[in-house]
Design a protein around this ligand. Structure first.
Ligand code: NOJ
Ligand code: CA
Length: 557
C-alpha cells in the first residue's frame, strides 16, 4: 500500500504575499562561479548525527560525516539554525545570533566544520532568520520595558495596549510591561524585527518608515550578523521568510530594495558568498538580489505536483499510476525560468524540514531514480534534504516536537546503519531527539553502499553526471521538447559548454513513447545514463521510447 500522499501546506501564504507581480529585471551581476555546478544538501543538525550520545545531533557529528557527504558528490551544505534558542520553533526562535547553541557545540566547532568542509570541497551555508527573534532574546526583553532604550524600536509595537487591531497582521496583546502590543512574524513567541512599513498608515504613527532610526539599526545589525559568520567561514545563507521583512509592502518593492542593498554590499565585500531565499517567488527574489530562490509547496502547486499531491484528487507526476500531469509543473516553471534565466537560479528541493510527505514515501528505488534523473538534470541549483538520498520515509502521527506539529514526521534521525538507533546516536532510544523510523525495512546508508541499483548510488551517479557536463549545470539552457498534459514521457533539452543533452523521463508503470517535433536535429546520439536506445530515428523523424518507470539522458551531436 502506498501511504496517502497528503501535503502539509504551511499557513505562510498570507505572510509571504504570493500574489506579487513579476518585477522588472535588474542588471545582472555575476553569481559566484561555484554556484554553476553546485548541488546542495540540507542538514537538520538535530537529526543528522549525534557525536556525544546525548540524543541530539551536533556539529561534531556533521564533521564526522563529511567524507560521506563528499562521496555523495554534493558541493554545498545548508544547516538549519544552530544558534542559541529556547527551541520552541526548533531553532527558528533565536536568542543569540552570534553563538552556536550548546546542544550543537561551540563557535569553534562551527569554524572547524567550515574548515574541514572546505578541505573536502564543500561550502557551508547557515540559516539567516532575518525577520524575527525569540521572545527570550535580550533585545526583545529590553524592547518590552517601559523606559525608552536602545531596543525600544527594534520590534513593531502598537502605541497602546488597547490598539490590538492592525489590518492583515496578527497582534500579541498585553505581553509586556510596556503599554503596547507587538506584531509577531510566525508563532506568537517570534516577535517581528522592525524593518519598517513601506506605506505607514498616517493614522497609526507607530508604523515607522523603513528609514526611521529603529529599522535602520535593525538592518545594520543584520549585516553585522552576516559579517560575523562570513568572517568565520560561512559561504552564504538561506534566508528565512525573505519576503516578509518590510510590512505593508504590497508590491514587494521596499523589501526588494532592502535585499538589493545587501546584495550590493556582498558584491563589494564578500563576492564569493551566496544567498538563497525562502520566498518561492523567483521572479521577485532574484531581481531583489538573491542568487537563488526555492520553489516551495505553500504557493507552488506546480512544484508540489511533481512528487506530491497538489490537490486531494490529483496524482503526482512522478507516481507510477501515470495520472499526473507534467504541464501542471511546466506552466508554473517556464515563466519563472524565462523571467530569471541569466540573472539567478531557481532551486528545486527534494523536500525540506517543513514538508511531508518525503520524496521517498511510497516510492521504490526505480521510481526514485526517475525522480532524481529529473531533479539532477534541471537548470538552477538542486537541494537534497538529508535522508532523501536513501529514500528515507516520513513518520506519521508523531507528537509535535519543538513547534513541528505536522512537520515533525519529516525531521526524524538520519538512518546510517543497522546498529542501535540506526547509527544516529548511542543514547538510549527514549532519549533521542525524535524516534527512528520503526519500519523493519527502513533504508540505511550502509545497506545501500554496495548495491549499484540503490537510491544512494543512483544519486551519486546522477550528481557525477551533472558535474561532468556543463550543459546539465545551473545556467545550461533549458527547453521543453515534449510535454503533453496527462501523458508520459516528458522530454527536454539542456545546452551549454558546446553540448546538447536530451533528457526523457517516464515515471508511469507502462511503456511510453513520444514523437519529437519535426525540427528536432541530431546526427549522433550517445546515452549518458539510463536506458540505452531510447532515442530512435525512423522516418519521418525522431521519437523517444522508454520502458515503464525509466529515463534516459542522451548526448546529441
Ligand atoms: C520557515 C521555516 O522553514 C520554518 O521551519 C519556521 O517555522 C518558519 N519559517 C518561522 O521561522
Ligand atoms: Ca549530541
Amino acid at each position: 500500500m502506498r501511504p496517502t500522499h497528503h501535503i502539509l501546506l504551511l499557513a505562510l501564504a498570507a505572510i509571504m504575499r504570493p500574489g506579487l507581480p513579476i518585477m522588472p529585471a535588474a542588471e545582472p551581476s555575476p553569481a559566484p562561479e561555484w554556484l554553476e555546478h553546485a548541488v546542495f544538501y540540507q542538514i537538520y543538525p538535530q537529526s543528522f548525527r549525534d557525536s556525544n550520545g546525548d540524543g541530539i545531533g551536533d556539529l561534531r557529528g556533521i564533521i564526522e560525516k563529511l567524507p560521506y557527504l563528499r562521496s555523495l558528490g554534493v558541493t554545498g551544505l545548508w544547516l538549519n539554525p544552530c544558534f542559541e534558542s529556547p527551541f520552541r520553533d526548533a531553532g527558528y526562535d533565536i536568542s543569540d545570533f552570534y553563538r552556536v547553541a550548546p546542544r550543537y557545540g561551540t563557535n569553534d566547532d562551527l569554524r572547524a566544520l567550515f574548515v574541514e568542509a572546505r578541505r573536502l570541497g564543500l561550502r557551508v551555508m547557515l540559516d539567516l532568520v532575518a525577520g524575527h527573534t525569540s521572545d527570550q532574546h535580550p533585545w526583545f526583553r529590553e524592547s518590552q520595558r517601559r523606559e525608552r532604550n536602545r531596543y525600544t524600536d527594534w520590534y513593531i509595537w502598537t502605541n497602546s495596549v488597547w490598539t490590538w487591531f492592525a489590518p492583515n497582521q496578527q497582534v500579541v496583546v498585553g505581553a509586556a510591561e510596556r503599554d503596547a502590543n507587538y506584531i509577531p512574524n510566525f508563532f506568537y513567541f517570534q516577535p517581528a524585527l522592525n524593518y519598517g512599513y513601506a506605506q505607514p498608515d498616517p493614522k497609526a504613527p507607530w508604523q515607522q518608515p523603513v528609514d526611521a532610526p529603529g529599522p535602520r539599526a535593525v538592518r545594520e545589525e543584520l549585516k553585522k550578523i552576516m559579517r560575523f559568520w562570513f568572517d568565520l567561514g560561512a559561504s552564504g545563507f538561506r534566508v528565512d521568510m525573505a519576503g516578509s521583512l518590510v510590512k505593508n509592502d504590497p508590491d514587494g518593492r521596499a523589501t526588494a530594495e532592502l535585499w538589493r542593498e545587501f546584495r550590493a554590499w556582498m558584491d563589494r565585500e564578500y563576492p564569493d558568498r551566496a544567498m538563497v531565499s525562502e520566498w518561492s517567488m523567483p521572479q521577485v527574489a532574484i531581481p531583489s538580489g538573491f542568487h537563488m530562490d526555492f520553489l516551495l509547496p505553500y504557493n507552488r502547486p506546480g512544484y508540489t505536483s511533481l512528487f506530491r499531491k497538489a490537490a486531494p484528487d490529483e496524482a503526482a507526476y512522478f507516481d507510477p499510476g501515470g495520472h499526473g500531469n507534467i504541464r501542471r509543473f511546466l506552466d508554473e516553471f517556464e515563466p519563472l525560468y524565462e523571467a530569471t534565466k541569466g540573472r539567478g537560479f531557481i532551486a528545486i528541493p527534494t523536500g525540506n524540514h517543513d514538508t511531508v510527505p518525503r520524496i521517498g514515501d511510497g516510492r521504490d528505488p526505480r521510481e526514485l531514480a526517475v525522480a532524481y534523473a529529473f531533479l539532477l538534470t534541471m537548470p538552477g541549483v538542486p537541494f537534497i534534504y538529508y535522508g532523501d538520498e536513501i529514500g528515507m520515509r516520513s513518520i506519521t502521527d508523531l507528537p509535535s516536537k519543538e513547534g513541528g506539529f505536522g512537520r515533525t514526521g519529516a525531521r526524524t534521525p538520519m538512518q546510517w546503519d543497522a546498529s542501535p538507533n540506526a547509527g544516529f546516536s548511542t543514547a538510549p532510544a527514549d532519549r533521542l531527539y525524535l524516534p527512528i523510523d520503526p519500519a523493519p525495512d527502513r533504508p540505511t546508508v550502509a545497506a545501500q553502499q554496495g548495491d549499484p541499483g540503490s537510491t544512494l548510488n543512483t544519486v551519486r551517479t546522477l550528481i557525477a553526471l551533472r558535474q561532468a557536463h556543463p550543459a546539465l549545470q545551473a545556467s545550461g539552457a533549458f527547453a521543453t521538447v515534449v510535454a503533453q498534459a496527462g501523458e508520459s514521457p516528458f522530454v527536454y533539452e539542456r545546452a551549454g559548454g558546446g553540448e546538447r543533452i536530451l533528457v526523457a523521463v517516464n515515471p508511469a508503470a507502462r511503456p511510453g513513447e513520444a514523437r519529437l517535433p519535426a525540427g528536432f536535429r541530431c546526427s549522433k546520439a550517445q546515452t549518458l545514463a539510463g536506458e540505452s536506445e531510447a532515442l530512435r530515428s525512423d522516418a519521418p523523424g525522431w521519437r523517444v521510447q522508454l520502458p515503464a518507470v525509466s529515463y534516459a539522458v542522451v548526448r546529441l551531436d
